[in-house]
Design a binder for this molecule. Structure first.
Ligand SMILES: [Zn+2]
Length: 222
């Protein structure tokens, strides 16, 4: 690893951009944790902490967890020992308010973000990727027609239920989700751009090609 490139990264991009996959690869290469808010929410809820109980109320009712709570739980996670060497934040911050809270916290502990990678992906690519996802109408098990197809076409391996496309995976729903995502993250990207720490990854490319770009940016290799 080239130490000049840093060990503290933020990966941004809409669902379907493949940033989770890339975050896992870089996390392994650098020996730093990949942190996604969904994961720490689930963890806090499972541990039954004070903050976990509050988050549980929002998650269970299908509501967005407010910025204040999200910022607090991310800061708590970053205090843990395994983040000393660095971290990859996957999908956080997602608004300017969250970014400011993160900056304030990291400034306090004197460990600012090194680079922000934005996984830019075209709508047709996400639509194609999401179009391969199927979910069991009975037990909610998930499948992917390319990488994880069921043994019998259209039927769940576990319970035999019919496999369906999730209603939020329709092309119209995906397009709408992408537009909303771009609108909310635009100010954030402008801000990181001004600070000269933003890189844009062409996430419409194949997993291998995206991995090469990300490795070049985070590890100095390709
Ligand atoms: Zn099933």
């Amino acid at each position: 690893m080239d130490p000049r490139l840093g060990t503290r990264f933020v990966f941004l991009g809409p669902p379907g951009a493949g940033k989770g996959t890339q975050a896992a690869l870089i996390s392994q290469a650098l020996g730093v944790p990949a942190i996604a808010t969904g994961g720490i929410f689930r963890d806090a809820i499972a541990r039954g902490t004070q903050i976990g109980k509050q988050i549980g109320q929002f998650v269970n009712s299908g509501m967005l967890v407010p910025d204040k709570l999200t910022n607090a739980i991310v800061a708590e996670r970053l205090k843990q020992k395994d983040c000393k060497k660095g971290f990859i934040l996957d999908g956080y911050p997602r608004s300017l308010t969250q970014a400011k809270a993160l900056d304030t916290y990291l400034l306090k502990v004197r460990s600012p973000i090194d680079r922000v990678l934005y996984f830019k992906v075209e709508a047709p690519v996400v639509i194609e990727r999401m179009g391969k996802r199927r979910v069991c109408s009975q037990c909610a098990a998930t499948y992917n027609l390319v990488s994880q197809s069921p043994k019998t076409e259209g039927l769940c391996d576990k319970c035999g239920g019919a496999l369906v496309t999730r209603s939020d995976d329709t092309p119209e729903a995906i397009r709408k989700r992408l537009t909303v995502y771009e609108q909310t993250t635009k100010p954030l990207l402008d801000d990181y751009g001004k600070k000269n720490i933003l890189d844009v990854v062409n996430a419409s490319a194949s997993v291998e090609a995206v991995a090469r770009q990300v490795q070049g940016l985070c590890l100095g290799t390709s």
